[in-house]
Design a protein around this ligand. Structure first.
Ligand SMILES: [Zn+2]
Length: 287
């Protein structure tokens, strides 16, 4: 942690991933309580280094639980990549960083890892969990069983699938409502005296809608995450009428309005196919 606080270049290379991410979460918590700046630096740098230099396209990191050299992922594909606990902890760290300074890039990572790693880590038939998400070509998932394979990832895995409601919504310092994730949900926003119901079948559909329930008109802005995978700015309609939408410098589409009971806002994305290459091999591509 000290080399991180001192700004030394990537002290996490070669280290055990899931020993270090929880330390950064500890630093994030300490910063929240003490405002000690070096704790904030540790938490932020851990996130930046792991996301930008050690993460696979799915959002996971680590091979046989360890981090390799920065940007070297092409030859780090095995049956034992992307330990689930590391993703669990990266999502936790992301939530802390977002609470300090909202940004779509944090929640773009969150969504990438949530859908590609966490959702993919549970066996839909048995509900058991993955220890590693194998990224080697031709590999298959090895789920835990109920009696003979209890890893750390079964422990964090039990929590994973109860946490889908976390981080969908945040209340902004200016009284706005951040919408980070497109997950069917109902928000009981007590301080504003409104309820908001989000309906969507994303990622199968390209739309999501929000219905406001309120006893009296409420003035506030929605801040909707502009996803990295969408082409252009999504179309926003309020009660069927298209409204102008622009993206702010945090990467959120701001929709200000005086909301009345049963007002409905719909958001449509232009979904886009794209490819991402390995950082160290432009010819190895996942689409
Ligand atoms: Zn684990």
């Amino acid at each position: 942690m000290k080399p991180l606080a001192e700004g030394k270049p990537d002290p996490l290379a070669g280290k055990h991933s899931n020993t270090n991410i929880p330390k950064a979460i500890g630093s994030a918590r300490q910063y929240t309580l003490t405002a000690n700046q070096s704790d904030a630096v540790i938490a932020q740098r851990t996130w930046d280094i792991l996301v930008n230099h050690h993460s696979y396209v799915t959002g996971g990191n680590g091979n046989y639980e360890y981090l390799g050299q920065p940007g070297k992922l092409n030859d780090a594909l095995s049956d034992n990549t992307a330990e689930s606990c590391c993703i669990y902890n990266m999502l936790k760290l992301t939530g802390h960083l977002f609470a300090w300074k909202p940004s779509a890039s944090l929640m773009n990572y969150f969504e990438r890892a949530l859908y590609n790693d966490i959702l993919a880590s549970q066996n839909p038939k048995t509900a058991m969990m993955l220890y590693f998400e194998p990224l080697r070509m031709g590999a298959k998932k090895q789920f835990s069983d109920s009696l003979h394979s209890f890893t750390c990832c079964v422990g964090s895995g039990m929590e994973n699938h109860t946490k889908y409601t976390e981080n969908i919504y945040f209340e902004g310092a200016d009284g706005s409502l951040y919408v980070n994730l497109f997950i069917p949900s109902e928000l009981n926003w007590r301080s504003k005296g409104v309820s908001i119901t989000q309906n969507t079948s994303y990622p199968e559909s390209n739309t999501t809608s929000f219905t406001v329930t309120t006893q009296k008109p409420a003035t506030f802005s929605f801040k909707l995450r502009q996803p990295w995978w969408a082409k252009g700015i999504p179309v926003v309609k309020i009660n069927g009428q298209t409204v102008n939408s622009t993206t702010n410098d945090e990467g959120y589409i701001v929709v200000a309005n005086k909301w009345r009971n049963n007002d409905k806002m719909e958001l449509s994305f232009e979904m886009n196919l794209y490819a991402e290459a390995m950082p160290d091999n432009a010819n190895r591509v996942i689409a």
